[in-house]
Design a protein around this ligand. Structure first.
Ligand code: DQA
Length: 147
């Protein structure tokens, strides 16, 4: 399976910002652990991060148009709550997108409880830090392979 992990706005500061919420692992450390997990399962994974909405859209389009990705794991950060552009990009591609949040957004501020992306995503994992990414991949794989 070929996996693309996309992280959006402010996720580059993971491990440095709001560590009480997002933990101490940097994004590179999280990505290394996701990589190790995927390799141990015989899967391929690559990573993309941007603070720019349009670059996230381009990454989603690219994964679809190049035809070399089976599933996209997306933590869009705050874009989750208002980006109709990213929502439309997800709706416009046939590659399944898994929405991920490290924190439990439902236990936080009111504005975080609404995702404009969830209705067009295949599934959602949240609240488990690094485990939200791993859980998304594991859940998708379990369904695909009927384990
Ligand atoms: C987040 C939750 C969002 O509400 C927030 O804006 C983020 C990170 C998470 O991973 O918990 O930047 O997506």
């Amino acid at each position: 399976m070929k996996i693309l992990v996309v992280n959006g706005v402010n996720l580059n500061l993971t491990g440095k910002r709001e560590t009480g919420v997002y933990g101490n692992l940097t994004l590179d450390e999280i990505n290394d652990k996701i990589m190790a997990y995927c390799v141990s399962n015989g899967d391929e994974v690559r990573f993309f991060q941007s603070n720019v909405e349009g670059e996230i859209v381009n990454a989603l389009h690219g994964a679809y148009l190049d035809g070399d990705v089976d599933v996209i794991v997306l933590n869009a950060g705050a874009f989750t709550h208002y980006s109709y552009a990213i929502r439309d990009a997800i709706a416009g591609i046939s590659v399944p997108v898994l929405e991920v949040h490290m924190s439990n957004v439902h236990a936080r501020e009111e504005f975080r409880k609404h995702s404009v992306l969830s209705p067009v995503c295949k599934g959602v994992t949240l609240g488990f830090g690094l485990g939200s990414y791993i859980g998304a991949i594991a859940g998708f794989k379990a369904q695909k392979e009927n384990v």
